[in-house]
Every structure is written in C-alpha cells, then in structure tokens.
Design a protein around this ligand. Structure first.
Ligand code: PMP
Length: 430
C-alpha cells in the first residue's frame, strides 16, 4: 500500500474547516470505502500527482472539463495573457464576445447565448427563461439526472446527490418540489402519458441528451425525438443540459449530432477550459426575454470573465484544429474491450455503458438504461474496484454513478497500464 500520509494530514485539516473536508460532496470518498480522499498537488497532461508525490492516470478529468488533460500549454498561455491584463473588469470585454461568437457559430440552434460562471446557473437560468417564455411553471426532468444544485433540481437528483444519499436535499421548499416532475429516463410511454395529462402546465422538458450523471446512459433510438415532439405538442420548450456533453463527444453539441436540436441549451465544463464557466442560450425569440432586453432577470459578477472565456476559447481552438475525438473514442473502446476481457477472465459480471470517450463500469449483469437499473449495480464491488485501481495509480471518479473520461492527453500506453491494473484488481476481487 502506498504511503498517503500527507494526503491524510491535509484532509484532517480540511475536515475542521470545511464540512466533510470537501467543497463539493462528489469529491468525498464516502461512497467508495471511506475517507480520506487523495489530496492532489498538481496535474500534467493525462496525469495528476498527489501531495505524497504519487502519480495517477486521471480518468476524472475534473468531472468533465479537462478534455485536453491538465495544463495544456495553449490553455495556460491564454490564461496567462488574460491574467496579465487584470482578472476581470465588470464591463463588456473582447474575450467573452469571442467565446459567445464561437459558441453561436459552432453549436446548431444556438442563436444567442448568455455566459454564466457555473453549470448550475446555466441550467437554473434556462429553466427560468422557459418559465418566463411559456408563462408556465412545471419542469419535467428525469430521475437520477443531475442538473446542478439549484432548489428544483435537487428533486430526485443523481451524481454526487445520489452518491451521498441526499437525492432529495433538505432545505428545498415544498412549493418548489411541487413544480418539478421526475420521470424514468428512456421510457417514451411514461413521458407521452405524462405530457398528455399535464402538458398544458409544462414550461420545459429538461434532459441530458446522453446522461452522464447516473453513469453514462445513452438515449434509446428515437427517445430525444420523442422528447422534442412531446414538448412542442403542448407548447413547452425542450432544454438540453449539455454541461458535460457539449464538445465532449464531437466538436459542438451532442443533441444535433444525434438528430435533435433543442430550443435551449445549458452548457459548462469544457467551454471554460478548466476554469469556472457556464452558458445558456438557444432560440433567438426566446433569448429576447433575457434582461436587459426582456423581463427575465439573470446576472453574474464573474459571468463571462476574461480568464474563463480565454481558457475556454483556447480549448475550443485546440479541439477544432486537432479534432481528437476519433482518437479519444478509439482509446476508450480499447479500454472498454480490455475491461470486459479482464472481467471475463476473472469471473466478474459487469456491464459497460460507453458513449464516445466516456464510459461507466456497472457491477451487475443487467443492462443499464435508467436510474433504477443503474442503482441495481453493486456499490460494494465498485468501492473495492475503486480502491484497488487507486492503489495502482489509476484515478476513477469516487462514485459508481459517474463517468470515466478518456482525454486527448491519454496515450495507448496509459490505456494498457489501466487494463493491466484492472486485470490485477479483478483477480483480487475474484
Ligand atoms: N448539469 C450537468 C449535466 C452536470 O454534470 C453538472 C455538474 N456535474 C451541472 C449541470 C452543474 O454544473 P456546475 O457544477 O458547474 O454548477
């Protein structure tokens, strides 16, 4: 076992001054055998290094943003240049305009966009906008999805919320809960029936076009189309939460790539290049409701700040020029095949859901297509797997409801090393 005593010491200090020692519950190791988590000191390409000096191959990717890996030279240069002129001014500035132009140009159906500081704000604001536009209050979303931590989105939420057992958070007023309906993902019949019953009260259907927050769960054939039809039939809007998916599976948003353009998008993560960022936008007529043009208020001191905007723009530049997607997907497929072979060789029953460069290993025999099936996967087995991989220098997200992201920085040798570690882990688990 590696010596992680410095990590433990740092975390002990953290516990005294930060609830649970973490600034976001998803970072805790409670769901994978217990704290302390590993405290990281620096990142470089596909790796990060903990405060005790151990190297890890990183499949967390900062929970999604680090599609180019850590400290990409062009992203760093962009941040340095922007910082040299002052971190923010609270005025309009070229970087945010350039990023907005780029998003509008490269994301289908994004006629206008408002930059925010987090994905939470992006989703929260898109919902407020849908309510403003339709004059209705009900949001239809999906069980086990995670859309940030605004009040209404913590009704039957996934990701960190489900990991730590606070799917329905305390502190959310009943009045808010009453306007949010959560349906099982991938079930057209329930969606259609619900919309037939209460469609005239629905402001929007909100979904991740490929779910990342109950683990990776792709939509069934025709499901996104069914969402759009169900929304439009009753005059509601379709919002795609592409906070994880935009620029992850290909250059642009994934909804259009799968054949469905939403009315509104929420984005984040990759578009900030590793700095805090979010964005919401879509149909021109709907965006005219946003203040100061219209009566839907939304704001932010740090929204579109120069550092995030320039880091995001540099990241999109690299993605557009290098088009690393096919290569990332191929590495992820090799990884998937290697893990499946290891499971076969050592008698582990697993299911892998993969979409492009992102995948989730579920411990169980069943197909995973919604939150109920995702929950059936064995949490204890995942925890053991996580510990064994960590001890071999492979960093996976500390929850069975998250994705494992291959980045443009990973090399075939990293994938080989990961598969070898996986074989050893499964051998020990057998
Ligand atoms: N939506 C989705 C789909 C997400 O995955 C996340 C974060 N994991 C959010 C919204 C919230 O983004 P943030 O953490 O930047 O507020």
């Amino acid at each position: 076992m590696q010596d992680t005593s410095r990590s433990a010491t740092w975390f002990e200090r953290a516990r005294h001054v930060i609830p649970g020692g973490v600034n976001s519950p998803a970072r805790s190791f409670r769901a994978v055998g217990g704290d302390p988590p590993i405290v990281m000191a620096r990142g470089e390409g596909a790796y990060f290094f903990d405060v005790d000096g151990h190297r890890y191959i990183d499949y967390l990717a900062g929970f999604g943003p680090l599609v180019l890996g850590h400290a990409h030279p062009r992203v760093l240069d962009a941040i340095r240049q922007a910082a040299a002129d002052g971190a923010m001014w609270g005025t309009p500035a070229p970087f945010e305009i350039l990023l907005a132009e780029r998003l509008v140009h490269d994301v289908e159906g994004l006629d206008q966009v408002r930059l925010t500081t987090t994905g939470t704000e992006a989703v929260m604001s898109a919902i407020r906008l849908a309510r403003a536009f339709t004059g209705r209050s009900v949001v239809v979303k999906f069980e086990g999805a995670y859309h940030g931590h605004s009040d209404g989105m913590l009704v039957k939420a996934g990701s960190g919320a489900s990991t730590v057992g606070t799917q329905d958070s305390l502190g959310v007023p009943a009045g808010v809960v009453q306007d949010v309906i959560s349906l099982p993902y991938n079930d057209v019949e329930i969606l259609t029936r619900t919309m037939d019953q209460i469609g005239d009260q629905v402001a929007c259907i909100l979904a991740e076009p490929i779910v990342g927050n109950m683990g990776i769960v792709p939509p069934r054939e025709g499901y996104l189309q069914a969402m759009r039809d169900a929304a439009h039939k009753v005059g509601a809007l379709l919002i795609f939460d592409e906070v994880i998916t935009a620029f992850r599976f290909g250059y642009g948003a994934v909804g259009p790539a799968l054949g469905v353009v939403p009315d509104l998008y929420a984005m984040g993560k990759i578009i900030g290049g590793g700095l805090p960022a979010g964005a919401y936008g879509g149909r021109f007529d709907v965006m005219q409701y946003v203040s100061p043009l219209g009566g839907m208020f939304q704001a932010g001191t740090f929204a579109g700040n120069p550092l995030s905007s320039s880091a995001g723009l540099a990241t999109l530049d690299v993605l557009r020029e290098d088009q690393p997607y096919a290569r990332m997907e191929q590495l992820a497929e090799t990884l998937e095949q290697g893990i499946l072979q290891a499971a076969h060789d050592y008698g582990q029953t697993i299911t892998i859901n993969r979409a492009g460069s992102a995948l989730t290993v579920f411990f169980g025999p069943q197909a995973v297509y919604d939150y109920d099936t995702a929950k059936q996967a064995d949490g204890g087995q995942f925890a053991r797997f996580h510990q064994l991989m960590l001890a071999q220098g492979i960093y996976l997200a500390p929850s069975r409801f998250e994705a494992l992201f291959v980045s443009a920085a990973h090399q075939p040798s990293d994938i080989d090393e990961t598969i070898e570690a996986c074989r050893k882990s499964f051998a020990q688990m057998a």
